[in-house]
Design a protein around this ligand. Structure first.
Ligand SMILES: *[C@@H]1O[C@H](CO)[C@@H](O)[C@H](O)[C@H]1NC(C)=O
Ligand SMILES: *[C@@H]1O[C@H](CO)[C@@H](O)[C@H](O)[C@H]1NC(C)=O
Length: 404
């Protein structure tokens, strides 16, 4: 029997020390990576550990937030825009485009969905070389980076605010949460999760009778949360829909049988330039980040951006002049102390729109919106990694998702 080293009780009474595992922004990514790890084909994890150069205890969670930690370094500065995507003129909740006729903001192919496609391609090529017995020693760092980015980007694309450019993904929208000033991005990145950790049913501090789950936990403060996502989510309310999370639209068949070579070429051209994946060229029948991202982007209009943000008195102060200067979406800009304040209940009266209300945070909690996103991220990451690396033994059903 194993128990989490830090009990939720300690957290609830306001422990002043935030455990390392709860460092800002990392929790969501680590939850996604841990759920993925539980669903990997047995042949996959050893290969990932090899790529990550792990000695001893190997987990995906510790590298899941690496991409946020290094993006400030000169060598990796170009990767900043890879964490998100935004359509031109997208302005939730009033205008919801993904994309509209003016396409995407920023540089072509430098966004989170292209990042997922490209890192997958890198890993696929590496695995082909490896299977063919070609020496891959000289590409180790490159491949390792690709894997760490892929783990991270699958998490990012399941955070709705990484799919809109409005106010730098909500970083510029000051809001109040339980009386404390924060911003919309931070709220979704961590405060909603932190609130969940504080109000978890106590029965999840005990291990589940499922070795695939327990063997992949690391005694972190969010272990009980993961148990709940598995027990009440994957084995409960999502049992019948998990498979649908992995489907991708199949390519459109020819409208009519082409009668000439010319027609054949024309219809092929029209098909390959179709905007089925928003013109990004990232989707195929197995991996379709654009298709998966569409309903997640919709959440920005349905719930993430409250209408009151664009109505008096709140519409007058969503941007501070100095903040307009900073570039792109940033996770964890000023958030460390937000998170700490929240956990230690340091009271502060905020003048911004309060979102810890039954209509907002209460609704999101009741609908399991954050929980579903984290779980989907984990399942899809597992599916991609299994598809890339699994070597099913003879007679074994080739499943991309190994059910518990
Ligand atoms: C992905 O690959 C394409 C084609 O090689 C390239 O143009 C693009 O910049 C790459 N994007 C990323 C995010 O690496
Ligand atoms: C824990 O308690 C909740 C009710 O609060 C229940 O729905 C759930 O099934 C319980 N989980 C386990 C693992 O017993």
């Amino acid at each position: 029997m194993r128990f989490p080293s830090v009990s939720l009780f300690a957290l609830a009474i306001g422990a002043g020390v935030i455990p390392e595992a709860l460092a800002w922004g990392a929790v969501g990514h680590e939850v996604v990576a841990t759920i993925a790890q539980m669903h990997l084909h047995p042949s996959v994890m050893p290969k990932l550990c090899d790529i990550l150069n792990y000695r001893g205890d190997c987990h995906l969670a510790p590298v899941a937030a690496w991409a946020d930690r290094i993006r400030g370094q000169a060598k990796y500065r170009w990767t900043g825009p890879l964490h998100y995507i935004g359509a031109t003129d997208d302005y939730p909740s009033s205008t919801c485009l993904f994309p509209g006729s003016n396409g995407w903001e920023g540089r072509t192919h430098i966004n989170v969905l292209s990042g997922i496609r490209n890192t997958t391609n890198v890993l696929q090529e590496y695995e082909e070389f490896r299977r063919a017995g070609i020496d891959t020693a000289n590409v180790e760092t490159y491949v390792q980076d690709a894997l760490k980015f892929l783990i991270h980007f699958l998490g990012d694309m399941h955070m709705p605010l990484h799919l809109t450019g409005r106010d730098r993904g909500g970083n510029g929208d000051k809001v109040s949460f339980d009386g404390r000033t924060t911003n919309l991005h931070s709220l979704w990145d961590g405060l909603l999760i932190a609130q969940r950790l504080r109000t978890l049913p106590s029965n999840y501090t005990k291990p589940l009778p499922i070795p695939e789950v327990e063997d992949n936990l690391r005694d972190t403060i969010y272990d009980p949360y993961i148990r709940r996502l598995v027990w009440e989510g994957l084995l409960g309310k999502y049992e019948d829909e998990v498979e649908s999370w992995l489907t991708c639209p199949s390519p459109e068949p020819f409208q009519e049988v082409p009668t000439s070579t010319f027609q054949l070429i024309m219809s092929w051209m029209l098909r390959s330039s179709s905007s089925k994946d928003g013109g990004l060229g990232v989707d195929d029948e197995v991996l379709c980040p654009y298709h998966w991202a569409q309903p997640i982007h919709q959440l920005n209009c349905l719930i993430v951006f409250p209408k009151a943000l664009d109505e008096p008195p709140y519409n007058s102060f969503s941007f501070d002049a100095d903040e307009e200067e900073s570039e792109g979406h940033v996770c964890g800009e000023s958030n460390d102390h937000d998170f700490e304040d929240f956990l230690t209940s340091k009271a502060k009266k905020s003048r911004y729109l309060e979102l810890d209300t039954p209509e907002y945070a209460g609704f999101i909690k009741e609908q399991w919106i954050v929980e579903k996103l984290l779980t989907q991220g984990g399942i899809r990451l597992a599916a991609v990694l299994n598809w890339l690396f699994a070597e099913p033994v003879e007679g074994e059903l080739q499943k991309r998702f190994v059910s518990l």
